[in-house]
Design a protein. Structure first.
Length: 150
């Protein structure tokens, strides 16, 4: 917490210490020296803090990690990745799913094509990106029916 006035920061520190004294002292009043001295208490403190701020931590981490990893992997800027997701309304281009989205790219030219869910991306990948193979699959389903046919 940035404070312009150092006195305000000092007051906050004292108030925080009083409110959280149980975190830093053992039940007998002695100080917890380090995580190594009392690993159970250290884990409790870390877990308590994490659970208190879990949603905030995960939201920030997920957004940051996803755009950074994708931009590094595809060798484009994080802004390009964000623009691609925006262009496809954060949905799979094939089935409109919003779960497990990934960036689809051409495996020879490495150019980004769009956003697909994991299932659709695997579907295209297992067909080796061959349109004729996918068309034969469609013809097969038309000829012999699907689980949705009655």
């Amino acid at each position: 917490m940035p404070y312009k006035n150092p006195e305000d920061h000092k007051k906050w520190g004292k108030r925080y210490y009083k409110e959280n004294q149980s975190i830093w002292k053992n039940s007998d009043g002695s100080w917890i020296m380090s995580y190594k001295d009392n690993p159970t208490k250290g884990k409790e403190v870390a877990k308590k803090s994490y659970l208190k701020h879990r949603d905030k931590i995960l939201t920030k981490r997920k957004a940051r990690d996803k755009s950074i990893k994708l931009s590094w992997y595809h060798k484009v800027s994080p802004e390009e990745i964000k623009n691609l997701f925006t262009k496809f309304d954060n949905k799979c281009a094939i089935c409109d799913s919003t779960e497990n989205l990934c960036v689809d790219h051409n495996y020879t030219s490495l150019k980004l094509r769009g956003i697909l869910c994991k299932a659709c991306n695997l579907f295209i990948g297992h067909a080796y990106e061959r349109v004729e193979l996918l068309q034969r699959g469609i013809n097969y389903l038309i000829k012999y029916g699907t689980k949705h046919d009655k």
